[in-house]
Design a protein around this ligand. Structure first.
Ligand code: NAD
Length: 262
């Protein structure tokens, strides 16, 4: 994968999947622009990148606020003339049951997980046009096609919306050579899931996954970099499931499936 001297912008870069994408691209020689709202985590990331001699521009930004995104692009990215890959990974969950979901929960989850990806992409189109890679990868979720286990209705709705955004942006932006794809990860062991899932639940979820384990952030990062690389030059508007086979599960266990055939 060719990212040497390229500029890769990652939102939600200071943790989990975003961090893994930033590290993997930096290892391949890219300069990383890291958007995150968590100043402490961004500082830890800066030190990690410095130790490894990787190039990082940390930008404290609230992806749920379009003015904050506008400022980050106009001020913090003022010296950048082109973006090769934008990865929209910033995301939050809210866990309330349907009837208990407040307007604040609903609006905040949609603002970060859906509207933030729209504003980042829309405002970065001129920079993407000026780049060589011209690729965007949105981090959706298996929840976009099914129902979220970790989050509530706002999360499922936001991620489903992100797939619509991906398709429509891919269709329009193909005319200027920008490719837009999405990944749909299954359960990934990151701060987001560690915060909410007990050890028992972790094992129970692992046992439901045909390949037998949770995904690591790097499992998702490698697929994102593939979609963002020239190897995927004719792939746009698609969704790649990265879920250890979880979406193949019908409800019956593999043991009962085998028994029925003996
Ligand atoms: N972990 C999973 O099982 C899983 C599964 C499918 C999809 N996803 C998606 O992957 C993406 C990354 O999640 P993760 O598991 O790495 O979570 P994480 O909590 O480890 O990382 C999310 C990062 O986004 C940042 N962030 C949150 N809100 C922000 C905001 N308003 N502005 C800027 N930064 C913000 C956080 O500070 C954090 O650094 C999310 O979009 C999530 O919905 C996660």
């Amino acid at each position: 994968m060719e990212f040497n001297k390229q500029t890769v912008v990652v939102t939600g870069a200071a943790s989990g999947i975003g961090y893994a994408v930033a590290q993997a691209a930096a290892r391949l020689g890219a300069q990383i622009v890291a958007f995150d709202r968590d100043a402490v985590a961004l500082e830890a990331m800066r030190l990690d990148f410095e130790r490894n001699n990787w190039v990082l521009i940390p930008v404290e930004t609230d992806i749920g606020d379009q003015q904050s995104i506008r400022r980050a692009i106009a001020i913090d990215m003022a010296a950048i003339t082109g973006v090769d890959l934008l990865v929209n990974s910033a995301g939050i969950v809210s866990r309330g049951l349907f009837e208990a979901t407040t307007a604040d929960d609903w609006e905040r989850v949609l603002a970060v997980n859906l509207s933030g990806s729209f504003y980042c992409l829309q405002q970065m189109v001129p920079l993407l046009k000026a780049g060589v890679g011209r690729a965007v990868v949105n981090v959706a979720s298996l929840a976009a096609k099914r129902v979220s286990y970790t989050g509530g209705v706002s999360y499922t709705a936001a991620k489903a919306g992100l797939l619509g955004l991906t398709r429509h942006a891919a269709f329009e932006l193909a005319s200027v050579g920008i490719r837009v794809n999405a990944v749909c990860p299954g359960p990934v062991w990151t701060a987001m899931t560690q915060r909410h899932i007990s050890e028992d639940e972790r094992q129970q979820v692992a046992s439901m996954i045909p390949l037998g384990d949770w995904l690591s952030p790097d499992d998702v990062a490698q697929a994102i970099l593939f979609l963002g690389s020239p190897a995927a030059r004719m792939i746009t508007g698609t969704t790649l499931d990265i879920d250890g086979g979880l979406s193949l599960v019908t409800g019956a266990s593999f043991e009962s499936y085998q028994r029925a055939r003996q």
